[in-house]
Design a protein. Structure first.
Length: 172
């Protein structure tokens, strides 16, 4: 990427965000790395994107992706985007620094769950659905899949699962 004079990288995946931001420096890559929620927040703040839709009356809960939140302390940008939409943001008990994994981490998404009393994504989905949200927002494609599967398993149709970028795109 240095050969192409890359200066800024925008990722949709918190895992890629973490790798490019924190690990590439040791390999000579020093780039401005942003998660898509940070980039979209910047565009809105600069007036380059305008929210025109109105989701008032909707209730949204946000699931913090592990590599975005706990690993990189990105908590505000996703929540600010949700607030820009004029909705009620309801926080799960385990949120921000105390958030709980969606169940995809460590390649768990690609194998059968290990023995235990409950699958991780089911536990997290039940926590989200207990708040009776219209939408469970995510900022990670893996989290989106795990929460979508959880909703289908726990109470199909109880809530929509959408990436924050999808919510913004539908309302600009």
């Amino acid at each position: 990427m240095n050969a192409y004079n890359v200066k800024r990288i925008v990722t949709t995946c918190p895992h890629s965000y973490n790798t490019l931001k924190n690990e590439y420096k040791g390999l000579g890559g020093d780039y401005k790395v942003q998660h898509h929620t940070e980039f979209i927040e910047e565009l809105i703040s600069e007036g380059k994107l305008k929210i025109t839709g109105d989701l008032s009356g909707k209730k949204i809960t946000y699931h913090d992706p592990c590599y975005l939140g706990r690993a990189n302390n990105v908590y505000d940008a996703p929540r600010n985007l949700i607030k820009f939409l004029g909705v009620e943001l309801v926080e799960m008990k385990r949120s921000k620094r105390l958030s709980f994994c969606c169940g995809a981490g460590g390649a768990q998404m690609f194998k059968e769950p290990e023995k235990g009393s409950q699958d991780i994504n089911i536990n997290r989905t039940e926590e989200a659905l207990a708040l009776k949200p219209d939408i469970i927002a995510t900022g990670c494609p893996f989290c989106n899949t795990m929460m979508t599967d959880g909703v289908k398993s726990v109470n199909e149709g109880a809530a929509e699962v959408l990436d924050i970028a999808e919510l913004i795109a539908e309302n600009i």
